[in-house]
Design a binder for this molecule. Sequence first.
Ligand code: 5GP
Ligand code: MG
Length: 503
Amino acid sequence: MHEKCGVAAIALTERAGARPLYYSLYALQHRGQESAGIVTHDGFQQYAHVETGLVGDVFAADDLDELRGNVGIGHVRYPTSGGTDACCAQPFSVSFKSGSLGLAHNGNLVNTADVRADLEERGHAFTTWGDTEVIAHDLAHNLLEADLVRAVKRTMDRLHGSYSLTIAHDDTIMGVRDPLGNRPLCIGDLGDGYVLASESAAIDTLDGDLIRDVRPGELVVLAEDGSGFDSYQLASPPRSAGCFFEYVYFARPDSVIDGNLVYEVRRELGRRLWAENPATTDVVMPVPDSGRAFASGYAEAASEAPMSEIPAGNGDARGEAATDEGSPDVEFAEGLMKNRYVGRTFIMPSQDERERAVRLKLNPIKSTVSGKSVTLIDDSIVRGTTSTQLVELLHDAGARAVHVRIGAPPIVAPCYMGIDMASREELIASDKTTEEVRETLGADSLAYLSIDAIAETLERERPDLCLGCVTGNYPYDIDGEVTDRDVQRPAVGDASARAAGDD
Ligand code: 5GP
Ligand code: MG
């Protein structure tokens, strides 16, 4: 239900850019499996190769050789606005009077219709329903009238929503992060050039050094010859709105976002999950792979906790393995085996197929489950499909009790920075209390992590996070929804929003 996608960009002194871009897209594959693409420029002309499929299938060695030039951008796509067809694969490219433009987008605008209608009135014709094309046209329009930095600034002033962009204007390569910094984007040093990527794991893959995150509202322009980069702070709102779900689920555990190693964040969230709602059972078991880091933190905190601090009556806290003296004897066990070759359950169209997919994907190791009380740990509950199936699976495998602990708060509202319109009706927690969700899951106990635990772990004030999906209050001005701050959609149709001399 959440928006992902991965973006990358590169400018090198002598080497061709296509191969390192290809490796970085491989490193970002978890952020989108629907399509992949690279756009390069050799100083004379733009080259593009964009197709549906996984990175490894989209590019053959020949394709990479044909993507000439030392600079370029890349994208992996998870279907967001614009639908799932090939039309919306990225980078999106256009040619216009002042050159070529390639654009890769991670995020989702919430005022696409406004900007699009305004551009249509100015004679722009669109070939897709996606918001990325709208950004590209708006920027192309502005580039006819203003220099690069001013043009990007004008476009930024008209967009409302989340966007981390990599852009190729001829051989000038740029990265932009929206003023609230909703989606990640970072800069790396490769020794013979610079790279921009959604996650630092892509920089590691290229054996580069993470320099820092692109700041919310910042434009970074890479020098064509790979010798450096320039920074322009184009917007500086008082608050930011980073997506906490990047830390909980999307990002790779080996990535560093805003100075935090995602793996350590998840382990700390797991420790806090124990502290807030301990259940002492025989085994702590992660849902692979999303629950693993949480479960390791949870089990660690559990085994360090003195028994006297564990409240009785919490699930079956003080289970049989525990004694009243010393720490509870908690075993961390991989009790669920994952079939790596099953596609993501989320792309299954019907609920029935989704349920079967979970069974296909995960199978219990009976000896670690049978006769035991189990704490099952996952990062999040969205529709409830995974947890419901796994609780049943563990019961069938002979578990005496199944306690569920979730490393995120209940997801009660849709993500508009997002995708496939998981509506309130589909979200199991949108109209149920935690006790009602527990009953639906068939679990012996259920507890979620608090929002405060997340803010504290990330060392951020709540108003510097996007918590829309867990509070129903959004940091953006969205039709029909409540916003938690003083934000307003720009009036893009209004002539005053445009520079003087505009048509
Ligand atoms: P549920 O089965 O409750 O609908 O979804 C929860 C499971 O899906 C969790 O195991 C979590 O790791 C995973 N998940 C959470 N958010 C997303 C998402 O945006 N996309 C995908 N593919 N999986 C997600
Ligand atoms: Mg999962």
